[in-house]
Design a protein around this ligand. Sequence first.
Ligand SMILES: Nc1ncnc2c1ncn2[C@@H]1O[C@H](COP(=O)(O)OP(=O)(O)OP(=O)(O)O)[C@@H](O)[C@H]1O
Ligand SMILES: O=C(O)C1=C[C@@H](O)[C@@H](O)[C@H](O)C1
Ligand SMILES: [Mg+2]
Length: 170
Amino acid sequence: MNRIYMIGFMGCGKSAVGRRLSFLLKLPFYDMDKEIVRQTGKTIPEIFEEHGEEYFRELETQFLQNFKNDHCIISTGGGVTMRKANQKIMRNTGLVLFLDAPFREIWRRIHRDPNRPIVRQSTREEIEELHKARYRDYKQTAHITIRTEFRTLRQITQYASFQVKRLKGE
Ligand SMILES: Nc1ncnc2c1ncn2[C@@H]1O[C@H](COP(=O)(O)OP(=O)(O)OP(=O)(O)O)[C@@H](O)[C@H]1O
Ligand SMILES: O=C(O)C1=C[C@@H](O)[C@@H](O)[C@H](O)C1
Ligand SMILES: [Mg+2]
């Protein structure tokens, strides 16, 4: 399959860049978190509170296994690479693009957001540890890594488009 997956930590720019890339490449855009909210009829904090994180992780895997659309851009949840099975599905069904943003910038963007159960329950130090712990999985899963520091959304999108076309041999 021919998808483009945007991966990376919360707030790294997956949705913002994914949306712009979808205009540029004329591909439909999907947000995994939003699809899960739509399918379950519950918000992400509700899913975490009522069923726990492991259940949410299972929903993510099910989404990746069952989603039928090809030729599209999918912005994933920040924890999607925690499962090896998810890493494998993404690499086997498309190009994986990691947006590597510095932690202080990520923290600035996410720390006040009430819709992020993991952030709500943790200190800055704990979230920084989580960012560190996940970093290797993002890098290993990605076909393309883009460092976002000092780059505008427009520059990141242009660079992403260039790399996608190069890897597809276009
Ligand atoms: N390179 C950038 N320059 C300036 N603003 C940016 C950049 N990347 C992202 N942003 C802004 O940071 C915020 C978070 O970005 P976005 O929502 O795209 O992240 P995300 O990875 O989709 O996060 P999540 O899915 O965890 O909510 C948005 O307001 C976005 O416009
Ligand atoms: O980083 C994470 O573990 C998460 C990121 C969000 O996109 C959501 O998928 C959820 O809040 C969990
Ligand atoms: Mg997003």
